[in-house]
Design a binder for this molecule. Sequence first.
Ligand code: NDP
Length: 482
Amino acid sequence: MKVSSFINGVYVDSEEQRNITSPVTGKLITPYSVATDAQVDEAVQAAKAALKGEWGSMSIQQRVEILYKVADGISARFDDFLEAECLDTGKPYSLARHIDIPRGAANFRVFADTIKNVADEAFHMPTPDGTGALNYTIRKPKGVIGVIGPWNLPLLLMTWKIGPALACGNTVVVKPSEETQLTMTMLGEVMNAAGVPKGVFNTVLGPGSRVGDKLISHPDLDAITFTGSTATGERVAEAASVGLRDASLELGGKNPAIVFADCDMDKAIEGTMRSVFANCGQVCLGTERVYVERPIFDEFVARLKTGAEALKLGKAEDPETTMGPLISASHRDKVLDYYQQAVDAGATVITGGGVPEMAEELKGGNWVEPTIWTGMAEDATPITEEIFGPCCHIAPFDTEDEAIEMANNSPYGLASSVWTENASRAHRVGGQMEVGISWINSWFLRDLRTPFGGAKQSGIGREGGHYSLEFYTELTNVCIKL
Ligand code: NDP
């Protein structure tokens, strides 16, 4: 597969080639072409021109039909997308088959349905002469949207933004993470086959600090939608402020789980296993801090340890594999540094804490052990900073108020999980979580119509359902004096 930017309906090469390597083996997958500054500009200009072409004059129903075809196109090539996503990320097929690829297709269907069913508002008003006036709102596309996302759930997270952006009639220039560019590259073919007009969907490939920064600084972008770290989010917000462009920022987290003694222990263990270790801990919504009520603390720690030690690290295509590697060698170094800092901070390492012994052919991969700690002070760095690896710290608590205070004691506020069978407590505690998404007895249970986003340093704005429409459209109020 040739990996290069997709601009105005065609793939374009450049002289500069960089390598994509496998997280599983460390070996070369393929070289790719890095977008030049001129190509970034061409992509934005193509997107700008497409707004005025066929795309701009289509009815909502015509756009909706095309988006259904995009969804069908992903589904029709399900196995190709699955293979590409797992090659790029090293995540198990068993995970991507159920989450990443189906959600990639669903993101187009759901937002096609959303835009199809949205109604305009009308306001009747009195006037001094008694004739009255009628106001009604019209939703228009915002224009050219810059879409930038991370490497952990590439197809899922990019289409979560591309779907509503296109549904609302915008055009996009997409910069996937350099670590994971395969499925976004394939999406160009799907767009062409679905009849998406040239210039509506464009990708520019390359490192974020160069190609991404060039994109967000482009004066002809009308808005930027970003998922990634809080540090890069600040840079995006800074770039968006020039020319007063809107920015939607979905950022990092340091998500807590609170496990009460009245929980269903089997469900709490199963949910926490997923929230800590799914995708090798590289999920923005993942749990890294677990607070467990003291009477069940020892049992919970022991059972989570058993679960972590039963995880099977291995190749993505092996049906036995339940955990893949981290995305890159540099990310592994970062996670291992936190593993060391935890030891330095006096943690008791319940399990893991290092690099696993892997088969010869996998030794070049970015493997780390699933890791559980207890015994750290709440201000220790591995408890306050986002690690984005397969690890968590478990601390005991004695009262509900204490648990809430510890869970909320973070500069982040993305998601939380509360485990209890007491319905009053579920509502009481769930509502007090300072987060965008507060789950009770669940994790990663997503209805795409609900608002998604973070409080505090976990982001600005909400996307999902009609909340996405707020971001991806500009409202014009038409006022008619009767
Ligand atoms: P980064 O912020 O490093 O990168 C995110 C994207 O931004 C990548 O495409 C990256 O490109 C690009 N980028 C980097 N620097 C710039 C720049 N100066 N200008 C424009 N683009 C730039 O995040 P990670 O990829 O490391 O992803 C992990 C982070 O994402 C975690 O903090 C995680 O919590 C967060 N996240 C948040 C989610 C949410 O919904 N709230 C969901 C998933 C992840 P490149 O990689 O090529 O350098």
